[in-house]
Design a protein around this ligand. Structure first.
Ligand code: NAI
Length: 330
């Protein structure tokens, strides 16, 4: 069997090769798009990542080539038109959970690095500037953190922050009973979470309801100087409006691992290019913004799980067994 993996970067090769030794595996760094789709020609299975394009036109081309399974190397699936896949008879399976701890720990790393201005401090010391002026942070102990989305990742974040002595608020239509038993956390509506939190962290999926939930209105509801962290999906946040809130000081600091226009930038080396994206260009001018390039998942444990579950999904399909990780529309 032949498998083509798109957006397969160097860091992932050994994990995929070890997990899928028995099949012919073609690994392309290139994203799956209408322009690159022909690279999958002759394959049975296509394995894609979150930056790949799983829209109807791409799926139609894959179908014509005889692709029968789209194996997502991700938990998120908002980049795939599941309705189109079903109509075309292409099965879609994902990796529902690979390491909530990896994303949660990166989220907290962003909070701590922003709060204690670690990048600035490190760069200063390398310049032999040992001054502490401008590096004042705050105690996490006693601060109120609003966790939007208390599923696998959000609940991990809440547990870590509980250890720091934070007061925890949560916003989620479904209260996580296990989390409520483990830590002291109060479910509130989104407006209250915005109004009372010193730090707001996003851990809910992108949907029509959640798109741009962070916008000029919700930003205005927040305390002046709130820290905002988004390691979930870029379009939860209206980045232009966050830029304005950073300019006015309404947002005190912003950590982001995901960006609404990340497909054009993230995962690639653009160091030789002229940056065309004015929104991220403005973000990069703020000292109190920390951006990572969708790397929250990037741990040894997560990459191992992504590769082994992808292999499992492929094997299920090959043996004509259904995988519990298959996705259906709706
Ligand atoms: P999960 O499905 O376990 O939890 C999501 C939670 O969000 C659920 O409790 C759900 O009830 C809640 N929710 C759904 N819609 C909501 C809404 N409109 N308002 C409030 N809450 C809502 O998902 P998990 O595994 O915790 O992942 C969370 C998100 O993290 C994913 O959707 C994905 O976008 C992102 N992610 C980011 C990664 C990264 O590397 N930066 C890697 C993996 C996931």
């Amino acid at each position: 069997m032949k498998i083509t993996a798109f957006s397969a970067h160097k860091y992932e090769h050994k994990y995929l090769e070890e997990a899928i030794p028995e099949h012919e595996l073609k690994l392309f760094e290139m994203r799956l798009t209408v322009d690159s789709v022909d690279l999958a020609s002759g394959s049975d299975v296509v394995a894609i990542f979150v930056t790949d394009d799983g829209s109807r036109p791409v799926l139609e081309r894959l179908k014509k080539m005889g692709i029968q399974l789209l194996a997502l190397r991700s938990a998120g699936f908002n980049h795939v038109d599941l309705q189109a896949a079903q109509e075309l008879g292409i099965k879609v399976a994902r990796v529902p959970e690979y390491s909530p701890a990896a994303i949660a720990e990166h989220t907290v790393a962003l909070m701590l690095a922003l709060n204690r201005k670690l990048v600035k401090a490190h760069n200063r010391v390398r310049d032999l500037n040992f001054s502490l002026d401008g590096l004042v942070g705050f105690d996490m102990d006693g601060k109120t953190v609003g966790v939007a989305g208390t599923g696998k990742i959000g609940s991990k974040v809440a547990k870590i922050l509980s250890g720091f002595g934070c007061r925890l608020l949560a916003y989620d239509p479904y209260e996580n009973e296990d989390l409520k038993k483990a830590v002291d956390i109060t479910y509130v509506d989104f407006k209250t979470l915005c109004a009372q939190s010193d730090i707001i962290t996003l851990h809910l999926p992108l949907s029509k309801d959640s798109q741009y939930m962070i916008n000029k209105d919700s930003l205005q509801e927040m305390k002046h100087g709130t820290m905002l962290v988004n390691t979930s999906r870029g379009a939860l946040v209206n980045t232009r409006e966050v830029n304005e809130a950073l300019k006015s000081g309404q947002i005190g600091s912003f950590g982001m691992d995901v960006y609404e226009e990340e497909e054009a930038l993230f995962f690639e080396d653009h160091s030789e290019d002229i940056l065309q994206d004015d929104v991220i260009a403005r973000l990069l001018t703020f000292q109190n913004v920390m951006i990572t390039s969708h790397q929250a998942f990037l741990t040894n444990e997560a990459l191992t799980k992504i590769a082994t579950v992808t292999a499992y999904n492929i094997n299920c399909w090959e043996k004509k067994q259904s995988s519990p990780n298959e996705l259906k529309p709706g």
